[in-house]
Design a protein. Structure first.
Length: 219
């Protein structure tokens, strides 16, 4: 994942990537095997780095041998836990047709709550987010999470992300304000699939694109 702290009030997050074909081995599993490629905005990290936030993204999962789900959804984490809702708007949201889709989180004009948009359709609103304040207290993440990497193949997903500042202007995050975190090692001759990620941060002065995959087998 990439963790970005723009260093100023953040009132919007925007990301785009394609509906790539996430595939799983046709073997029985007792636990659910999941994949998530997401945009997450934490409006205020003052009280807790991993406190209340909003997440929207593309999710796939399998249970048993062949049962599989695929499609976008969004989640709000509040003071009393989380709630998740599936998204049915847009064109072919539940099909890996390699079309480009957009994911947006935008704070409402009044109050502290946020609207959730998929393919520029409003699909929900938050109810329990904290006030946006200045300084380095706002965080925007883009990431790929995989549960059950030994069963999972995720091709390259090219994530492009921007944030909206307090003047309602969209910007890329300065590279100096972006950190990269990998929970599995980078794939190499010594770290081979399925227990590794490939990743590339395309940037100059600004963070342009985060490309990541989780191969199932060596190339």
């Amino acid at each position: 994942m990439t963790c970005s702290r723009p260093g100023q009030p953040v009132i919007g997050g925007f990301a785009t990537w394609r509906n790539v074909p996430i595939t799983y081995d046709q073997v029985s599993t007792t636990a659910t095997v999941q994949t998530a490629n997401y945009l997450r905005v934490t409006p205020n990290t003052d009280g807790n780095e991993f406190g209340r936030n909003i997440e929207i993204g593309l999710y796939a999962e399998k249970t048993g041998k062949t049962t599989m789900k695929y499609g976008p959804r969004w989640t709000e984490l509040g003071k009393d836990g989380g709630r998740t809702k599936a998204i049915t708007a847009g064109v072919n949201p539940s099909k890996p047709d390699k079309r480009n889709h957009t994911y947006m989180l935008v704070r409402q004009d009044t109050g502290n709550q946020w609207d959730v948009l998929y393919d520029f359709n409003t699909v929900g609103s938050t109810t329990d987010q904290l006030k946006v304040i200045g300084g380095a207290t706002n965080r925007v993440d883009v990431g790929l999470e995989v549960t059950g990497p030994q069963y999972t193949n995720v091709p390259d997903i090219a994530n492009r992300m921007q944030f909206m500042d307090g003047n309602q202007s969209w910007h890329q995050v300065a590279t100096n304000n972006v950190a990269k975190v990998l929970s599995l090692p980078t794939c190499s001759s010594t770290n081979k699939p399925p227990y590794c990620f490939t990743s590339k941060l395309t940037d100059n002065t600004d963070f342009t694109q985060w490309t990541v995959s989780k191969p199932r087998k060596p190339a």
